[in-house]
Design a protein around this ligand. Structure first.
Ligand code: CMP
Length: 156
């Protein structure tokens, strides 16, 4: 099954929204296979946001992401990358659809509470940047047969 990395960003941690964000993905039927709080380093952020390095907001983005710890999560599910991207909403939070995390709880295009992997390839890179092998848990989630059709579980 596909994996996606989610970060509760420093503003989400400050605003007490860690539980709310986890709760949404849990209720959706996604499987949490890794979670930890950490402070992001320059080295991680330079890799993480390499595609933004020439943008005028890059310096501010890095300072913001280092300002307080983040909570990193690894979620697993069928088509989880696209599903989670839909659930978080667009970058500019005040324009994000109601019902999405950003649409329900945020107003800014920088302080937008949450990050989610943009593609399966990027998710693999982000997983390697954050999680050690022994921090990822392949546990048996008993309700998967109530969340998916058998065929859907079978074909990754
Ligand atoms: P995200 O889309 O998850 O990843 C890039 C982040 O850069 C984005 O969330 C915001 O937190 C931030 N960002 C994007 N655009 C701007 C902007 N114009 N000004 C400041 N921060 C931005």
């Amino acid at each position: 099954m596909e994996r996606s990395v989610v970060l509760v960003k420093p503003d989400g941690v400050q605003r007490g929204l860690i539980g709310e964000i986890i709760h949404r993905f849990e209720r959706k039927g996604l499987k949490l296979i890794g979670i930890k709080m950490l402070s992001l380093s320059d080295a991680i952020l330079d890799e993480w946001y390499a595609h933004h390095k020439d943008k005028p907001f890059f310096g501010g983005l890095k300072s913001y992401m280092k300002s307080y710890p983040v909570v990193a999560m690894l979620w697993e599910g069928k088509d989880s990358v696209a599903t989670i991207r839909k659930m978080i909403g667009i970058t500019k939070a005040r324009d994000a659809e109601p019902g999405t995390i950003r649409g329900d709880f945020a107003m800014s295009q920088q302080y937008n509470l949450v990050h989610a992997s943009e593609s399966v390839e990027i998710a693999k890179k982000e997983e390697m940047l954050i999680f050690n092998k022994d921090e990822v848990f392949n546990w048996d989630k008993k309700d998967l047969q109530d969340v998916y059709l058998k065929d859907e579980i079978g074909d990754a």
